[in-house]
Design a protein around this ligand. Structure first.
Ligand code: RAT
Ligand code: ZN
Length: 413
């Protein structure tokens, strides 16, 4: 039994650093997906979080920047965000963590040297290396059947690397139904402009086909702050009449990522989205009305975090996950982790990486592990003060639950 706080800290840190992670939401792919798998220093530097930060300092026209090659963009970002200003933002610091963890000389500030390190690796070798360094055992991808690059891969090779799991991402279906209608029709689904009975059945058939084809662990969608169900809208109809029944039938969760305000500055491309407060009543309604369905929820606004944690106390079919996107700053991750541990005990998924570039698994998890370990240590210390005893095995159990098993148990696997 652990009695001293110094030992406690050491054991929690050791176990949190050692645990093999299931990363429940990423945008990376297995090597089967070819060019869709992004990796290497130029991809790391042109991450859209850094592109947004680059334009805090640069006066270059947006089109001019986006017309440059990736290599040229990376050079501008390196010079502006690392040489001309100290790289202290979370996304900047992340680049340094990646380089340091790969054993590269961060102090050399030599981009060409970093490039030559990556030039000597194959994607497969690098996947193995990154999984090993980051201590990630498996990741869930974001799989969009409407993506013209991704779709044909599922039709031909599919995914052959068991460490990569699929999640069926259906943003276009829920957010742009009229635009994707011709595509669904071209694939042989008898869908109409109006959501009549046959159309709803055909959308269900489409969802079923793709969950089965990709072996998706869940369906997912990113949704605006104004997302409402029930509501007289195409989106709410498709959620209640297609997504909910198919998820129930296949026994998979519907992951709702709520609070994205798309294209606040369209000229910034992927970096141009922002956030807004969302309505927790939609989650309450869905969890209450469909108790046999499972919902994974992450929300983008800091202001929504407390009510989301409270809502999970009311509904056991709700799994709160991750500190998403703009929330993935150390100060906010720390606060959210505290709120969740104090409100939900150990029954949530504290973090996902959202890695878009393979290398980012490294920094996102190095940074998150450290914060989560600190908060956990503090919480165990509080119960030691009450003469509760905690064993090493119990700490290992708790840590494994947070970083992997809570997800698999929620899925029922
Ligand atoms: O975090 C991000 O990289 C965002 O651009 C989004 O991809 C977000 O995570 C999402 O899944 O929609
Ligand atoms: Zn994401």
């Amino acid at each position: 039994m652990i009695t001293s706080k110094a030992t406690l800290k050491e054991i929690v840190e050791r176990e949190v650093n050692r645990v093999q992670i299931t990363d429940v939401h990423t945008h990376i792919y297995s090597a089967d997906f070819g060019e869709l798998l992004l990796w290497g220093i130029d991809e790391v530097l042109t991450y859209h979080y850094l592109v947004a930060e680059y334009f805090r300092y640069s006066t270059m026209a947006y089109e001019e920047f986006f017309s440059l090659s990736k290599k040229q963009q990376a050079e501008l970002i390196w010079d502006t965000l690392f040489i001309k200003h100290s790289p202290i933002s979370e996304a900047q610091r992340g680049v340094l963590t990646i380089l340091a963890q790969l054993g590269l000389d961060v102090s050399s500030r030599n981009l060409e040297e970093y490039r030559s390190f990556f030039a000597g690796l194959t994607p497969q070798e690098y996947i193995d290396k990154v999984f090993e360094i980051s201590g990630v055992k498996e990741v869930v991808m974001t799989n969009d059947p409407f993506d013209p690059l991704e779709n044909p891969i599922w039709e031909v090779v599919g995914n052959n690397d068991a460490r990569f799991k699929a999640a069926l991402r259906i943003d276009p279906l829920l957010n742009q139904y009229q635009q994707i209608l011709p595509q669904l029709q071209a694939w042989g689904y008898r869908v109409d402009k109006g959501l009549n009975k046959q159309t709803l059945e055909e959308i269900k058939r489409f969802l079923r086909d793709w969950v089965l084809k990709t072996k998706a662990l869940y369906m997912a969608c990113s949704l605006p702050p104004g997302y409402r169900v029930p509501e007289n809208s195409e989106r709410a109809m498709i959620v209640e009449h297609c997504i909910i029944p198919v998820c129930k039938e296949l026994n998979i969760p519907f992951a709702m990522m709520i609070g994205v305000k798309k294209h606040v500055n369209n000229e910034l491309g992927l970096a141009g989205d922002s956030l807004g407060n969302a309505d927790i009543e939609t989650i309450e309604y869905l969890c209450r009305t469909y108790p046999k369905n499972k919902f994974m929820v992450t929300m983008l606004s800091k202001e929504n975090q407390h009510e989301l944690a409270v809502t999970a106390r009311k509904f056991r079919n709700l799994m709160v996950f991750g500190c998403w996107w703009f929330l993935n700053n150390p100060s906010i991750v720390e606060e959210m982790t505290r709120i969740r541990l104090e409100t939900l005990g150990l029954s949530f998924i504290p973090q996902h990486s959202d890695a878009r570039v393979l290398d980012q698994l490294i920094y996102k998890w190095v940074h998150s592990r450290r914060i989560i370990a600190n908060v956990l240590t503090e919480k165990y210390a509080d119960i030691l003060d009450n003469h509760w005893t905690v064993s090493e095995e119990e700490i290992i159990r708790d840590v494994e639950n947070l970083f992997s098993n809570n997800f698999w148990c929620f899925l029922g696997k």
